[in-house]
Design a protein around this ligand. Structure first.
Ligand SMILES: [Fe+2]
Ligand SMILES: [Fe+2]
Length: 191
């Protein structure tokens, strides 16, 4: 199997688990009366679903037939539930995961795709790598506030449906990661 195909599968596994884990972290944050933190987890979970979509498309192109996520990934719900702790720990865990993806995993995967001359996976890895850096920064900001006992303001959150970038207040005219227009941003509702 090509290394890039293996990398896409590993990335799909990581993204799918992160997506579900953040939904569980959102539930927990909401239960503990941190609805703004729940809102961010919900938005980033949606962003990971964009990476899943992009990687699946790349894998389908490489394999020459449509690949479905259930063919690649099985989520162990019980295992994920055991990871859920208090919201400070959950944010720390999310930050570690995002930093690992941006600084190590996607960095390496991008190099592998480039050396195999596989443009579509290379772009998919590159967009995800840039978005994960933003996710790590946003989680870090929220963690700092929570640790200081400061409340996080309720604010609008938008996610780019091309690259998974996350923006507060309003979508940028042009996405800083993928260069698409603000029309590709979706508002993630606060609930
Ligand atoms: Fe992320
Ligand atoms: Fe984007």
């Amino acid at each position: 199997m090509s290394l890039v195909i293996e990398n896409l599968k590993e990335a799909l596994n990581g993204e799918s688990n992160a997506k579900r884990k953040y939904e569980l972290y959102a539930q927990k944050a909401k239960e503990k009366n941190h609805p703004e933190i729940a809102h961010l987890f919900k938005a980033v979970s949606f962003a990971e679903s964009i990476h899943i979509k992009n990687h699946l498309r790349a894998l389908s192109v490489l394999q020459g037939s449509e690949v479905k996520i259930n063919d690649i990934v099985t989520i162990n719900e019980e295992e994920l539930k055991q990871i859920v702790k208090d919201t400070i720990s959950n944010l720390q865990d999310a930050i570690e995961g995002e930093i690992y993806e941006t600084k190590k995993m996607y960095k390496q995967f991008e190099k592998n795709a480039s050396s195999e001359g596989k443009d579509i996976p290379e772009l998919s890895f590159s967009l995800a790598r840039d978005a994960e850096r933003v996710h790590a920064d946003l989680f870090s900001k929220y963690l700092k506030k929570l640790k200081k006992g400061k409340s996080v303001k309720k604010q609008k959150i938008y996610v780019c449906q091309i690259c998974g970038n996350v923006e507060f207040l309003e979508p940028p005219e042009i996405c800083p990661i993928c260069d698409h227009s603000k029309d590709f941003y979706k508002e993630i509702t606060f609930d």
